[in-house]
Design a protein around this ligand. Structure first.
Ligand code: FUB
Length: 322
């Protein structure tokens, strides 16, 4: 073998032995266990508010002590801003930090959380919803009311104590704000312009297969209700649309299959820099599972009639944007 051929052969062997570079971007957060993604775009930055799973590998239940914030400007590099709020910041709360969502209005950032109520004069306990407020998407956030916005005794359609979780707040073009939430049934109430007081009665809906995790938004005059639903063995994502934020909701079908290695899946949907994204969580990190979840993101595609193509949950995730 002459020297040149020998060199080429050695390079070939070297390439074959070199470790293959992984293309996987999902999960996007892998230094801690995160769940229940809630994306928000402000000033060209995408902020991602998340739950924080801290259960041990052996645990069969959630351990969720606080809410975390991450941000990106390119969908590839994520900054971890750490813990920005916890149930301890609400004097009336005790227990886990379930799903949350942040909504901006008039330069203020409202952090709606689901957690649990102390057994006190106002409530016998159970899941409850609170709201904290800040002047910046990164806080500092402070309890905006000093008491829960929703507690268990305020909703009467379901007997279980954890039906008041997973708030999703949406402000319509006319300025009317709505909050949707619920486990077992979907609940909805109008909010006052101050975003921290109820403005009318609570209404109840039963979208097909609804379990929890509603995410409501408007696109081209159509209102979308995306939710975690009863799948075959684990939750999956289904959706409905309406011509009004108050329903009735027309069932549209399955949006995403169950997440790998996690009983729950939880939607967070946003358009950013011209692309539509579907955030969710799975349990695929090493030692991960239903109580040690991780947030991932994939593309969402709309059809011309406003329906949404089924989302493909991938390991590759999404590409970087400018
Ligand atoms: O993360 C705790 C709970 O699991 C959330 O509130 C639900 O949506 C489900 O993801």
């Amino acid at each position: 073998m002459d020297l040149k051929i020998k060199m080429l052969a050695l390079v070939g062997i070297g390439l074959a032995l070199a470790p293959q570079q992984s293309e996987a971007q999902n999960p996007i957060i892998n230094e801690v266990f995160t769940a229940d993604p809630a994306p928000l775009v402000h000033d060209d930055t995408l902020y991602l508010y998340t739950s924080h799973d801290t259960a041990s590998v052996a645990s069969n239940n959630y351990e969720m002590k606080d809410w975390l914030v991450f941000s990106t400007i390119d969908m590839k590099n994520w900054i971890n801003h750490g813990s920005k709020l916890s149930p301890k910041d609400f004097s009336w709360a005790i227990g886990d930090a379930y799903a949350a969502e942040v909504e901006e209005r008039d330069g203020k950032f409202y952090f709606y959380v689901s957690t649990f109520h102390k057994d006190d004069d106002r409530s016998d306990g159970g899941a409850a919803i609170g709201v904290a407020v800040a002047d910046s998407p990164l806080g500092p956030f402070k309890d905006a009311r000093g008491e829960a916005l929703i507690y268990n005794e305020m909703t009467t359609d379901n007997p279980h104590g954890w039906d008041d979780i997973d708030p999703s707040v949406f402000v319509d073009d006319d300025g009317q704000a709505y909050m949707y939430w619920g486990n077992g049934s979907l609940k909805m109430v109008k909010l006052k312009d101050n975003m921290v007081e109820l403005d009318g009665p609570i209404r109840y809906f039963n979208p097909k297969n609804f379990i929890e995790g509603p995410w409501v938004y408007k696109r081209n005059d159509l209102y979308y209700l995306i939710y975690a639903s009863q799948g075959e063995e684990r939750e999956r994502i289904e959706y409905a649309t309406s011509n009004s934020p108050e329903g009735p909701w027309e069932y549209q079908g399955i949006l995403a299959d169950s997440a790998p290695n996690s009983f729950t899946i939880h939607p967070g949907i946003i358009e950013y820099k011209g692309k539509d994204y579907f955030f969710y969580h799975n349990g695929v990190l090493p030692t991960g599972g239903s109580y040690r979840r991780s947030i991932a993101v994939d593309y969402m595609h709309y059809n011309e009639d406003g329906t949404i193509q089924k989302v493909e949950l991938t390991e590759e995730g999404v590409e970087a944007v400018e």
